[in-house]
Design a protein around this ligand. Structure first.
Ligand code: AMP
Length: 122
């Protein structure tokens, strides 16, 4: 599948330093920052620094180093926010049916309260 990356999406602007963010962890290949509209006491977004539209694009096109770094960064955030014991949820929306608003891969890490059912039906 061919992916088209929009260089003007808001996370691209964050990565270029054009918009501020509340950084939790930054590595060579990844950035984790607090969601501006938190849906739980802890709501952190983890993004790769590379231009990937969604998870499948990243899994297909990213280097091994980027993929390892991204996953390790996710783990670091879970440890830093202290969510390992009580638990947390990872969500990565993609495309129209996934209701993805920002077309740069991001994984939401939600924690800090019981999160309820995974999805509402219908
Ligand atoms: P999604 O619907 O999965 O694409 O989620 C996009 C997320 O990005 C939403 O939870 C927004 O609250 C969040 N968001 C949008 N702009 C910013 C920003 N400037 N800083 C942090 N989070 C943002």
């Amino acid at each position: 599948m061919a992916y088209t990356y929009d260089e003007n999406n808001i996370f691209a602007k964050i990565l270029r330093g054009e918009i501020p963010n509340s950084t939790v962890v930054e590595t060579d290949h990844s950035l984790a920052f607090r969601d501006i509209n938190p849906l739980a006491p802890d709501h952190v977004l983890v993004i790769p620094k590379g231009p990937y539209v969604n998870y499948a694009h990243f899994a297909e096109a990213a280097s091994d180093a980027e993929i390892v770094d991204f996953n390790r960064t996710l783990g670091k955030v879970v440890a830093l926010i202290g969510a390992g014991d009580a638990g947390y949820r990872l969500i990565s929306n993609a495309g129209r049916n996934g209701v993805q608003d920002v077309p740069h891969l991001h994984v939401h890490i939600l924690a800090g309260r019981p999160l309820g059912p995974m999805l509402f039906s219908g």
